[in-house]
Ligand binder design. Sequence first.
Ligand SMILES: C[S@@+](CC[C@H](N)C(=O)[O-])C[C@H]1O[C@@H](n2cnc3c(N)ncnc32)[C@H](O)[C@@H]1O
Length: 223
Amino acid sequence: MEKENILRQNYAEAKVKDEYSGVAWFYNFWSWLTESKSAKKVIELAHIQSGERILEVAVGTGAVFAEIVRRNTGGVTEGIDVSPSMMAKADERMKKYPKERYRLQIASAYKLPFDSNTFDLLVNNFMIDLLPEKDFPPLLSEYYRVLKPGGRIVISTMSFGTKWYNKFWQWLAKHFPALLTGCRPISIKNYLTQAQFDSIESVLISQNTFPSEVLKAGKAAFT
Ligand SMILES: C[S@@+](CC[C@H](N)C(=O)[O-])C[C@H]1O[C@@H](n2cnc3c(N)ncnc32)[C@H](O)[C@@H]1O
């Protein structure tokens, strides 16, 4: 099959932050329409065990974060996001959960404020597809660093899809990138391998024609 090209993306972190202060108010509706199926798959593949140390990078408005905290009753779940507007929605959503079970903070995926080998599980949904391709290796190395040996990551991204109608989104991302806040189809499987993750699983999903990919990978138990 012909290799599909990842569209160039030049949004720096500050630009992404700006974009999300503009869309936070309707983001829940958008993700319910296009990403909720992937979110369910993320939770299924994550196999959350109560008592784990879990990090979600880019919690957004907190829909997946809340589900992780609900399942991780005996553990601590950390969440970060770079956008104060998105985080405000997540804070609001989390009010009904016991404070000792989670911590939310503003931070960047490029420099996670955690020690190496800290987490059993790291989850990251629909964020890498916003960022320049040259940043994929340092981001994935940072994820690898904070995972414990034997830990796992689950990532979802916009994908190229396999159906003819999925191509609409590629066209939209190319010609009207601002409508998707710079999100475009990507493929990160090879980047995961390069970052030393193993046991990679991938599931392709299409929801209301929007194509995505959910990937699970592991950090070897002995490194
Ligand atoms: C498309 S939304 C996804 C939100 C959430 N993960 C979900 O699936 O509903 C992208 C999120 O990534 C966050 N983000 C983008 N770049 C980031 C970075 N470098 N570090 C942390 N968060 C980032 C944005 O602020 C935004 O909340």
